[in-house]
Design a protein around this ligand. Structure first.
Ligand SMILES: [Zn+2]
Length: 281
């Protein structure tokens, strides 16, 4: 039996899993199982129960699913940079924050540039606001010999006070990289550690090469959403992740941060005032 806290955690994990792996609105899932004429509140309740059931199903299928994982953590020459969501899939979109797909692309582009400056070959799964299915992202990564895969996301929670960094992995070969990225992110001022975790997200589960998914803070939290709106802060996020990747490959002390902040690759329209959320609340 799970405690209330654990149940909440499981529900959160599954919300996140569902978001990253299916890209279907919650209410649509619920409506598959509920007759018409049912109130939205009941649909919401049904969806929560379904997600809880899915959580228990997931815990029993955590195997690598036939993926032959390779350890390139000390040899990689290519980094696949994956900007979460895009196009019709906006990702998390909360009252305080910009759409997740906008800030993931911005951080990914900054990260991509820093990695190139550090002499890595890089491949981005998307470079504009387009929808790329998860399996296609995985396939792009698996085609790159001697690579690692880094997926950039921002987080979302029903409770606004929840905040902090999380880094996920599935392959044991990606564990050290995940820990390194998390450790670097925690050097940012006011950073909170929500842990390095294993997860069944498709982009880490089905990856041949070491693959991590970084949750760069909660757009549902006022402070972290405000940080996500700041280009200077997104530059710092990219810098920390780049440093961790360079040190994973070449050891500590090798990474050279650029002497001055580099101009952002684009200035996304992040909006000013509060925006409504189309999901979850
Ligand atoms: Zn996301």
């Amino acid at each position: 039996m799970l405690s209330i806290e654990s149940q909440a955690r499981v529900a959160l994990d599954v919300r996140c899993f569902y978001r990253k792996s299916m890209n279907v609105p919650l209410s649509e899932i619920a409506s598959l199982f509920c007759p018409s004429g049912v109130s939205p509140r009941m649909l919401n309740h049904a969806a929560r129960l379904l997600l809880l059931a899915a959580a228990f199903a997931l815990t029993s299928c955590a195997s690598s699913g036939g993926v032959a994982r390779k350890d390139t953590s000390r040899t990689f020459t290519t980094v696949v940079v994956d900007a979460g969501h895009g196009g019709k899939d906006a990702g998390a979109h909360r009252r305080y924050g910009p759409p997740e797909k906008v800030v993931t692309l911005d951080v990914a582009q900054r990260l991509n540039r820093k990695l190139r400056e550090s002499q890595f070959r890089t491949v981005m799964t998307r470079t504009s606001d387009v929808f790329v299915p998860l399996d296609q992202r995985v396939a792009i990564g698996n085609r790159q010999e001697n690579s690692i895969f880094v997926s950039v996301h921002f987080n979302d929670a029903p409770r606004r006070r929840i905040h902090g960094f999380e880094t996920y992995y599935a392959s044991p070969y990606a564990r050290r990289l995940a820990q390194r990225i998390q450790r670097e992110l925690l050097t940012l001022p006011g950073a909170r550690d929500r842990g390095v975790r294993t997860a069944n997200f498709r982009v880490v589960r089905n990856a041949v090469y070491p693959s991590v998914l970084v949750e760069c803070g909660f757009l549902s939290n006022r402070k972290e959403a405000a940080q996500a709106r700041s280009a200077a802060y997104r530059e710092m996020l990219a810098d920390k992740i780049a440093k961790a990747i360079v040190e994973e490959r070449y050891g500590p002390g090798v990474y050279n941060a650029p002497p001055q902040p580099v101009a952002p690759p684009f200035q996304p329209t992040l909006g000013g005032g509060p925006v409504g959320t189309g999901r979850s609340r």
